[in-house]
Design a protein around this ligand. Structure first.
Ligand code: ATP
Ligand code: MG
Ligand code: MG
Ligand code: MG
Length: 460
C-alpha cells in the first residue's frame, strides 16, 4: 500500500505534494459543504487534520456517516494549516472507509484509567496509552543499546524453572493438563502432573542462571518476562512484569552501583531526547514535574547511603508512618518515598541491608550482620532496582544456605560455579514497568503494560 505514517509526514520540511495516510478518526466535524477529520495512526501523539469537501464522490454516503474510531485512508494535498498548533493539514480528494465504528467506547472525553483497563484491547488507541507504548518501546531499545554498546551478551534465561531465587516472591507452579481433561476443581491438583513429574514454576528472576553465564562470559544481561504471584493490590506490583538483569564477573558492589547509575541515566536521557512529544504530553496531562525530574536525574549524581543510616534518618524524621520502622525490618514504600522525596530529593542508592531480610546469595559483610546489597530508590515509586554483590566464597555460601535450611542438592549446579574458578561478581534487577511508571508519571503500574496481569485481570 502506498502509505506514509503521520510522524514522517509531520517531519517534512515543507508542505506540498500528494500524500496518502491511513489511520483512525479521532474526531469529525461536519459543516455545510465540508468536513474536518482528525486522524491518528499511533505513530505520534499528534493527529493530522483532513479537510474533506462535499464534492468528493462518496461524501454523503461515507464521509458524513463517519464516527469516532472509524478506520480510513485519505489521499490529498499536504498544505500549510491555518489552524493553531498544527503545521500541516490535508486537503482531501479521496476518502476510503475501511470500517466505521458504531458504538465505539473510546469517545473524546477523558476516560478514567479504570474504565480504560476494562477495554485493554482498545486503549492503545487513546492518547495516553499510545504515548505509554511508544515510550516503552524507546526504553526497551535504550536498554539493549546501553548493554550492547558496552559489550554485554544478551542472555535468554528459562521461563519454566526449578529454582526459586529464594525469597524473591511467591511463585506460580507449572502443571500439565492432558488435552480433553476436564478443568480441575480446587484441591484436585495432581502434582504428578507437574512438569513431567518434576515440580517447577514460572521464573521469579533470571539471576541464578545469569550468574552462571557471567562466570563464563564476564558481562551478560537478561531482559524478559518475570512472574510473581503477588496477591496484593498495590500500584507497583504486577503478577507478570519484565525485568532487566545485568550480571558481571570481576565486579564489586561499587562497580554495581556505578553501573546502575550510568544505566538509569542512559535510559532516561534517551527517553527525553527521543520522545519529546510524548514526554510533553505526560508533563502536561499526567505529572507536571515529569520532564524536570528526569532532567535532574540525568544531570546530577545519585545519593548513596547505608541502610543503617537510612533507619536513623527515618527514626528521627518525626513522621508517623503507617508501618513503624526499626533496624532489621525491610523498608516499605512509604519509607522509600520519604527518603527520596523529602530527604535527599533525588534517587537514592541504599546499601548494606541486614542479611536476614535478604536472599542467601548476597555477599556477607565483615560485620556479620549485613550483606553487600543495594537498592535504587526513586521519588514517587520507591524501589526500581534491587541488586547485590554475590557470595563467591564457597564456604560462606554453604554456611549461609545451611542456616537458611536450603538443601545443597537442589543447588549443586550453583555451588559448582563457586567450586570451579569462582570470582567476585555482582548484578541487579530493574523492574521495566516501574521504570516506565517513573518516567511517565503514570500512577498505576497496570497502565504501563499493554495487558496487565493482576489478581482478577487475565481476560486474554
Ligand atoms: P518490592 O520490594 O517492591 O516488592 P522486590 O524487592 O520484591 O520489590 P526484587 O526481587 O528486588 O523486587 O526485584 C527487582 C526489581 O523488580 C524491583 O526493584 C522492582 O523494580 C521489580 N519488581 C519486583 N516485583 C515486581 C512486581 N511484582 N511487579 C513489577 N515490578 C516488580
Ligand atoms: Mg517484592
Ligand atoms: Mg524490595
Ligand atoms: Mg528488591
Amino acid at each position: 500500500m502506498n502509505r506514509v505514517r503521520i510522524n514522517e509526514l509531520l517531519q517534512r520540511p515543507e508542505a506540498g505534494g500528494e500524500v496518502t495516510i491511513h489511520g483512525w478518526v479521532r474526531t469529525c466535524r461536519h459543516s455545510k459543504g465540508f468536513s474536518f477529520l482528525e486522524i491518528n495512526d499511533g505513530s505520534i501523539i499528534h493527529n493530522i487534520q483532513c479537510v474533506v469537501d462535499a464534492d468528493v464522490p462518496n461524501y454523503d454516503r461515507d464521509v458524513k456517516a463517519l464516527q469516532t474510531g472509524a478506520s480510513v485512508r485519505v489521499t490529498g494535498r499536504l498544505v500549510d494549516s491555518p489552524g493553531k498548533g498544527q503545521r500541516f493539514e490535508i486537503q482531501a480528494k479521496d476518502v476510503h472507509v475501511y470500517g466505521n465504528a458504531e458504538g465505539y467506547p473510546l469517545q473524546k472525553k477523558g476516560h478514567t484509567m479504570e474504565f480504560l483497563r476494562s477495554i485493554a484491547h482498545l486503549r492503545a488507541r487513546s492518547n495516553t496509552f499510545g504515548a505509554v507504548l511508544r515510550v516503552r518501546n524507546v526504553m526497551a531499545r535504550a536498554i539493549h543499546d546501553f548493554f550492547q554498546s558496552r559489550g554485554f551478551v544478551y542472555l535468554h534465561t528459562p521461563i519454566i524453572t526449578a529454582s526459586d531465587c529464594e525469597g524473591a516472591g511467591e511463585m506460580f507452579r507449572v502443571t500439565t493438563l492432558d488435552a480433553g481433561d476436564p478443568p480441575r476443581a480446587e484441591g484436585e491438583i495432581d502434582f504428578a502432573q507437574d512438569f513431567f513429574g518434576k515440580p517447577t514454576s514460572l521464573t521469579v528472576s533470571g539471576q541464578l542462571s545469569a550468574e552462571t553465564a557471567a562466570l563464563a562470559l564476564s558481562d551478560v544481561y537478561t531482559f524478559g518476562p518475570t512472574f510473581r504471584a503477588e496477591n496484593s493490590n498495590t500500584t507497583r506490583h504486577l503478577a507478570e512484569f519484565w525485568m532487566v538483569e545485568p550480571e558481571c564477573a570481576f565486579f564489586d558492589l561499587d562497580d554495581d552501583v556505578a553501573l546502575a547509575e550510568a544505566f538509569l541515566k542512559h535510559i532516561f536521557s534517551t527517553v527525553l531526547s527521543e520522545c519529546p512529544d510524548d514526554m510533553d504530553f505526560f508533563n502536561k496531562r499526567i505529572d507536571k514535574t515529569a520532564i524536570e525530574t528526569l532532567r535532574h536525574i540525568v544531570e546530577s549524581p545519585f545519593e548513596r547511603m547505608s541502610y543503617s543510616d537510612a533507619i536513623e534518618i527515618l527514626s528521627k524524621s518525626g513522621k508517623s508512618f503507617e508501618f513503624p520502622i526499626e533496624w532489621g525490618l525491610d523498608l516499605q514504600s512509604e519509607h522509600e518515598r520519604y527518603l527520596t522525596e523529602e530527604h535527599v530529593k533525588r534517587p537514592l542508592v541504599l546499601t548494606d541491608y541486614p542479611r536476614d531480610i535478604k536472599a542467601f546469595y548476597m555477599r556477607q559483610n565483615d560485620d556479620g550482620k549485613t550483606v553487600a546489597a543495594m537498592d535504587v530508590l526513586v521519588p514517587k515509586i520507591g524501589e526500581i532496582i534491587g541488586g547485590s554483590q554475590r557470595e563467591e566464597r564457597l564456604d560462606r555460601l554453604q554456611e549461609r544456605m545451611k542456616e537458611m535450611g536450603l538443601p545443597e542438592e537442589d543447588y549443586w549446579w550453583y555451588l559448582d560455579t563457586r567450586k570451579f574458578g569462582t570470582a567476585p561478581h555482582a548484578g541487579f534487577g530493574l523492574g521495566f514497568e516501574r521504570t516506565i511508571q517513573f518516567c511517565t508519571g503514570m500512577a498505576n503500574i497496570r497502565d504501563v503494560i499493554p495487558f496487565p496481569r493482576t489478581p482478577g485481570s487475565a481476560e486474554f
